[in-house]
Design a protein around this ligand. Structure first.
Ligand code: 8OZ
Length: 365
């Protein structure tokens, strides 16, 4: 496999799997899981329609019941969920695609309504995120004040990631992406806005990165570095994330990742879904610390993505909204075809029927 041909549309070797192109479907929460947080028939069709992208990263999927923070997000902690996902991966593979799944624990981005026994969500510290989640009947409500995890509980959550990664492989996924972004549990441990601990998991940058390193070590040990990726969002303020020193923090994280060597690092540049220049950050300096595959995201269009790959800024580029609206995005880019717009009358999150989920048209064959 030659990588000398650096175009967005040429194949790419990602560890043991060959991607048809360097375009990636970003993980996208759609709140469409069926009772039991099991992916249903429409979810099979949704991902299968998008199998021409080099790699699909299936939406954030909880590693345990406690990890849930939103309505109708899928899990990978019950036999029914594993079986539901197996139907998705089988269909994507049948259509020639490759598919990872993003694994998350939402941490403080949750509500008692989603927690087993309606208990408080767990977090590094008892600091509420100034953010909202949706509860049927109540609408958008404030996230609940979390409880600080006991030191003795942390290994169990690391184990939940390990087990969910094994389940992902059982469900036929080609690999997993650990969600280390957007203020969820791993990112909350990283940042001084949410992590006020005084034990080995708080204070110094090394301590705040400890949980991330332990999760990655566990997952890499379970399923292999060549099937484990990670997503980071160094300066995204979404979900009330804040950090006083993002550059040295994320440089430390990437130095640690260089030792574990996951199959890719996926970086959200700027404000997720918003401006790319909301805060200063030297992404090139970050990338220099990693010798593996570098994936970038946030607001990339065709010209930006082609330039990012051709110029060596990134190996892979992921697309969110464009992959929702254009199931055949690689072909449309390659052929300079027009792109579909978001339907104005269909929600991005939730919904019942096919509209806005599996009825964005592909170009005629
Ligand atoms: C939007 C709504 C709910 C969750 C993320 C998983 O920000 C999400 C998410 C996005 O990573």
């Amino acid at each position: 496999m030659s990588h000398t041909e650096r175009t967005l549309y040429s194949p790419f070797q990602l560890g043991p799997i060959t991607l048809a192109n360097r375009m990636v479907m970003a993980p996208l929460t759609r709140n469409r899981a069926e009772p039991g947080n099991v992916p249903g028939p429409m979810t099979i069709e949704y991902y299968a329609q998008r199998a021409s992208v080099g790699l699909i990263i299936a939406e954030a999927t909880q590693v345990s019941a406690q990890a849930q923070g939103y309505i109708a997000t899928p899990g990978l902690h019950t036999p029914e969920q594993i079986a539901g996902w197996k139907k998705v991966t089988d269909e994507v593979h049948a259509r020639g695609g490759k598919i990872f799944v993003q694994l998350w624990h939402t941490g403080r981005m949750s509500h008692t309504a989603f927690q087993p026994g309606e208990k408080a969500p767990v977090a590094p510290s008892a600091v509420r995120a100034n953010a909202k989640t949706y509860i049927p009947g109540a609408g958008y409500v404030d996230t609940s004040e979390p409880r600080a995890l006991e030191l003795s509980e942390i290994a169990g959550i690391v184990d939940d990631f390990r087990t969910a990664a094994r389940h992902a492989i059982e469900a036929g996924f080609d690999g997993v992406e650990i969600h280390g972004a957007h203020g969820y549990l791993i990112d909350a441990f990283l940042r001084d806005g949410a992590n006020k601990r005084t034990d080995a998991y708080g204070g110094s940058i090394e301590n705040r990165a400890r949980f991330l390193v332990e999760v990655m070590t566990a997952v890499v040990g379970e399923i292999g570095a060549e099937r484990t990726g990670i997503r980071l969002s160094p300066v995204s303020p979404v979900n009330d994330s804040s950090e006083s020193q993002p550059q040295p923090l994320f440089e430390h994280v990437v130095r640690e990742l260089e030792k574990l060597h996951p199959v890719y690092i996926h970086v959200v540049e700027g404000f997720t879904g918003g401006p790319r220049d909301n805060a200063p950050f030297d992404y090139a300096a970050l990338r220099k610390l990693y010798s593996g595959v570098w994936m970038v995201n946030n607001g990339y269009d065709k010209a930006m993505a082609e330039a990012a790959v051709a110029g060596g800024h990134a190996d892979l580029v992921s697309f969110g909204r464009l992959m929702i609206t254009n199931p055949d995005l690689p072909r449309r880019f390659k052929e300079n075809a027009p792109l579909n717009e978001l339907f104005k009358d269909a929600p991005l999150y939730g919904g019942v029927g096919p509209h806005g989920y599996i009825d964005y048209p592909a170009l005629p064959a």
